[in-house]
Write a new protein. Structure first.
Length: 287
């Protein structure tokens, strides 16, 4: 497996190395690494990059060598590709695992879905997922936001597309507000570099959530997962998330569940509560 590694900072604790591997289809997959100890892969969610999980990685770095992937379509990695599917993501994880020898993996949101899918074929000792993007079941109208999102993108109404996604994903009270008002509020609270990153990833977000819809109700496939799995959720997340966690707990053979009372869906991200989440993940992996 081809790998390039470059050290970017001088301080041992805070420095990350940037590396790349080549996935099965020839796509470059980048990741940044920090720490000492057994290797652990971190897989971020849909509107994120590896840079959003540096604080999470630093908290784990005194016990693990942490490798935070840039999933394809962002950061150091190549594009999604015209024939994108979750299988490509699993191949990417396998390439990073082969390069790093990782036996541990953590995934957040869509990255949690990737983690569970990858574990069907890849061998891990222990896994942790924080509110993985698994759709257990839905009614047809639950996905009405997808064509609305696509229509907004075609009109280059990127703020509208983001509002469609936030309201449709169900992780926020904005779901109950008119779209124009949700769009107004989101414009006020998400600005600058944060908005620039989101705007750049809106096309990938649409494609990835089509995969979430396609994979709906396929969670019984996770019966074949042979690793120990920690299923984490935030106490402030909606009941649909906790229903999904319960379904996974009943499906996967060796699980533990953990609810973090004061946290919500975005907790592992740098801007929220990455240290608290990482402390629980570290405790689980070391137990």
């Amino acid at each position: 497996m081809d790998m390039v590694s470059v050290k970017i900072n001088s301080n041992d604790l805070d420095s990350f190395t940037h590396s790349t591997v080549v996935s099965t289809d020839g796509t470059t997959i980048g990741y940044q690494s920090i720490g000492k100890g057994p290797s652990l892969i971190v897989i971020h969610g849909a509107l994120s990059t590896s840079n959003d999980f540096t604080k999470f990685a630093q908290e784990l770095s005194n016990s693990f060598t942490v490798h935070v992937m840039d999933r394809r379509g962002r950061g150091m990695s190549g594009p999604l590709g015209i024939d994108y599917s979750i299988r490509k993501e699993c191949e990417d994880v396998k390439s990073v695992q082969e390069a790093t020898g990782a036996n541990y993996v953590f995934g957040h949101s869509y990255g949690g879905l990737v983690t569970l899918e990858a574990a069907r074929t890849n061998t891990f000792k222990k896994m942790a997922v924080y509110e993985p993007g698994v759709s257990i079941k839905s009614i047809p109208t639950d996905w009405d936001w997808l064509p609305e999102y696509e229509n907004d993108m075609n009109k280059k109404d990127f703020r509208g597309a983001f509002a469609s996604f936030v309201r449709g994903s169900g992780h926020t009270p904005l779901k109950r507000l008119p779209k124009w008002y949700a769009k107004f509020i989101l414009r006020l609270v998400i600005r600058g570099n944060h908005w620039n990153q989101i705007e750049n990833l809106l096309p990938e977000n649409l494609i990835e959530h089509r995969e979430v819809k396609r994979l709906e109700s396929t969670f019984p496939n996770y019966q074949m997962i042979d690793a120990n799995v920690l299923l984490i959720s935030g106490g402030k997340s909606p009941d649909s998330v906790h229903q999904m966690i319960r379904a996974l707990d009943e499906t996967i053979s060796r699980t533990q569940t953990l609810i973090l009372p004061n946290l919500d869906h975005l907790a592992p991200d740098n801007k929220y509560a990455p240290v608290e989440v990482a402390q629980h993940v570290k405790r689980y992996f070391l137990s």
